[in-house]
Design a protein around this ligand. Structure first.
Ligand code: ASP
Length: 318
């Protein structure tokens, strides 16, 4: 995949996955996102780094956070944003995905932000482009959600000094989660050694990723959470489950929900994260989601800066 997303001189061409992305590239984007965050909070005016550029949001799956924050990020950098309306497009007349892309390319778009239920769609688009537009993966199937990985790393980095000393648990529907895959990729790259994956057996991952293979796999959440520094909770991705793969929601919450008693088993001040949308009192108790250790809304805010940094990295020098 690196031959697709990195040019020969190490420049990022597309962002499809964080797997295998060099640490220097990841850190450059995180540093930049952090600088943009500081500038924005210091009252700096929006930048015009991408003035005259056009970005097209192509979301074939629903989105609140990712789409809005890509839109805001691009606008804050001075780009023009088109939110392509799939439901009212010729897609419903049967136009193929690649014909749609080539049509939009003919209108001189500089970047496509793509979310799709099929893993691999952003990479397929990137391989078939006829222009030098950039493709940004905004979540494909259960494969990857690279900007979520970056914003999660950015959020954690603001609270911890040394990634190599962290113990992190990722708990929930790991099997269907592109967030878990991108989080594991970026956390490994940044040096996290103790990564624990916790899920009921039917929601643990298939052996599809080298990164997952090096994590500790646990089924007991009480054990997994003991002594950890951060817990990343995941949504039950019912839309990706064949049949009801879990017992009742009440039973799931009893075994895999994060409530105050379970959180007390972690280190004091353990950080709580969730990519959203959350199912309250199924994955996480209200008191924890809204509690002082929760970074959930901070993650959302950081998403704008992470996406600004990615867009600048991809499009600035084009
Ligand atoms: N918003 C994230 C995603 O699109 C997480 C989720 O939907 O559960 O993957």
């Amino acid at each position: 995949m690196q031959e697709l997303q990195l040019s020969a001189d190490g420049r990022l061409r597309h962002l499809i996955t964080l797997a295998g992305l060099p640490r220097a590239v990841v850190e450059r984007m995180l540093d930049r996102a952090e600088a943009m965050r500081r500038d924005s909070q210091g009252g700096a005016r929006p930048l015009d780094l991408l003035a005259g550029r056009t970005l097209i949001n192509l979301f074939f799956e629903p989105s609140t956070r990712t789409r809005t924050s890509f839109d805001l990020a691009a606008q804050r950098l001075g780009a023009l944003v088109i939110n392509f309306d799939i439901e009212r497009s010729s897609t419903v007349k049967g136009e193929s995905l690649l014909d749609t892309i080539h049509t939009l390319e003919a209108m001189h778009s500089d970047a496509f932000v793509v979310r799709h239920k099929e893993s691999g769609t952003p990479a397929t688009i990137a391989r078939n482009l006829r222009s030098d537009a950039a493709v940004l993966n905004a979540g494909d199937g259960n494969h990857a959600h690279p900007t979520q990985g970056l914003l999660d790393a950015l959020t954690l980095r603001r609270h911890v000094a040394d990634f190599s000393r962290l113990s992190i648990v990722i708990c929930g529907d790991i099997r269907h989660s592109r967030v878990a895959r991108s989080d594991v990729d970026v956390l490994r790259t940044l040096g996290v050694r103790d990564l624990r994956l916790c899920a009921p057996p039917e929601l643990l991952p298939e052996a599809d990723s080298a990164a997952f293979a090096q994590c500790t796999h646990l089924q007991n959440f009480d054990e997994a959470v003991a002594g950890c520094d951060a817990v990343i909770m995941l949504r039950l991705q019912k839309e990706r489950m064949e049949a009801a793969a879990i017992p009742s929601e009440a039973d799931y919450f009893a075994r895999y929900g994060l409530d105050a008693a379970r959180l007390a088993r972690a280190k004091p001040g353990c950080l709580v994260m969730h990519p959203g949308p959350i199912n309250r009192n199924v994955e996480i108790a209200d008191a924890v989601a809204d509690g002082t250790q929760s970074l959930i809304l901070e993650q959302v805010g950081n998403g704008v800066f992470a996406r600004m940094a990615v867009l600048a990295e991809l499009l600035e020098r084009r």
